[in-house]
Design a protein around this ligand. Structure first.
Ligand code: AMP
Ligand code: MN
Ligand code: MN
Length: 326
């Protein structure tokens, strides 16, 4: 059962101190949501810590307030309330992040993944929202909470990155009205988009070249996949965030319905990114078969290797899901 914004608002009002968390390998919606709600709470006079298992990635270092994102401290973080943002399952917050807030008994969970089981004491899961940042915009405006510039800009980055620059089908009338309101409140559209999208390290282009060399299209042109091995990661000196969003290149191929990105992690696990372009082909459902999750059109898995075996299994499951279209 979803908590109402009023119920969440009462908890935010009453508590004094908060730790805001988001998922491992954070994207713009994860970090943006932490900064957005964090600065709103601070403007209300609350004590706030912004903690992420993997810290602030380079590609989001431009964000105002990004310097407040910390990796999990060794010492316990004692706060009244933990708020998990944009995180489909509790383990995806990361072991160290979970350990540092172990003593805290009150949890709020705000997210837009349909696979989120509702692991908080207060949950607000809205899978109709294209980004957690948009849920926070609704929360902040409906409750008349403060919206300092850091919050305003972070909401925009969160929603822009999760909607592929306001393009994906989850983008709604509310999304555009929200964006208009953020601009009205003083957001610099050209400036923030340049920093988000036109500011990549050369490494990322080298990565694109390496990925293209592994590209395969199969299943009558309906499945495209490419992969990244640890050898390539080391050879190019890649950082985890360098691949963010690149899957959109093969998703965009004419005729492709499912795009897949397989990546070897230093833990020996394989990270899978999956995109679907057809509502009848549910990426979340396929990923859940392997313990992953996400949204209907964008989902992911962390699964055992080796990479060739993971690829074989996932493509077989995708083909099974595609067979219902025949
Ligand atoms: P990505 O391919 O990493 O951009 O992830 C696509 C979407 O699926 C994002 O909304 C992720 O938060 C979600 N996701 C990715 N991996 C997992 C996982 N192992 N479990 C649940 N959700 C995931
Ligand atoms: Mn995310
Ligand atoms: Mn998200």
């Amino acid at each position: 059962m979803n908590a109402t914004f009023q119920e969440i608002g009462a908890c935010l009002e009453e508590a004094e101190s908060f730790a805001l968390l988001s998922h491992v390998r954070p994207d713009g919606d994860a970090i943006g949501s932490q900064i957005a709600l964090g600065f709103a709470l601070e403007a209300m006079g609350k004590k706030v810590r912004l903690i992420n298992e993997d810290g602030l990635p380079d590609n989001l270092a431009f964000m105002a307030g990004g310097d407040r994102i910390e990796t999990p401290p060794e010492a316990p973080v004692e706060v009244d309330v933990v708020i998990a943002l944009d995180t489909a399952t509790k383990p995806r917050l990361g072991d160290k992040a979970l350990a540092c807030v172990e003593g805290c008994k009150r949890w709020i969970n705000i997210d837009h993944h349909k696979s989120n089981p509702g692991y908080g004491d207060l949950n607000h899961i809205d899978d109709g929202s294209p980004a957690t940042g948009q849920i926070l915009y609704d929360l902040i405006t409906e409750l008349s909470l403060p919206m300092p510039p850091e919050t305003r800009d972070a909401i925009y980055v969160a929603v822009s990155t999760d909607t592929g620059s306001f393009q994906y089908s989850g983008t709604t009338v509310d999304t555009y009205e929200m964006a208009a309101d953020l601009v009205r409140r003083g957001l610099d559209v050209g400036g923030i988009n340049a920093l988000t999208y036109d500011n990549h390290p050369m490494r990322r282009v080298e990565l694109m070249r390496a990925l293209l060399n592994t590209l395969e299209v199969e299943s009558e042109g309906r499945v495209a996949h490419w992969q990244l091995t640890m050898d390539a990661v080391r050879g190019l000196g890649l950082k985890p965030e360098d691949s963010e969003g690149l899957i959109d290149i093969i998703r965009a191929i004419q005729g492709v319905i499912v795009a897949l990105f397989f990546e070897e992690l230093d833990t020996g696990k394989i990270r899978v990114s999956m995109r679907s372009k057809d509502k009848r082909v549910d990426a979340c459902k396929v990923c859940q078969q392997f313990g992953g999750g996400g949204h209907s059109l964008a989902a992911g898995i962390r699964m055992p290797g080796p990479i060739d075996e993971a690829r074989r299994q996932v493509i077989a499951a995708v083909n099974e899901e595609l067979s219902q279209l025949d």
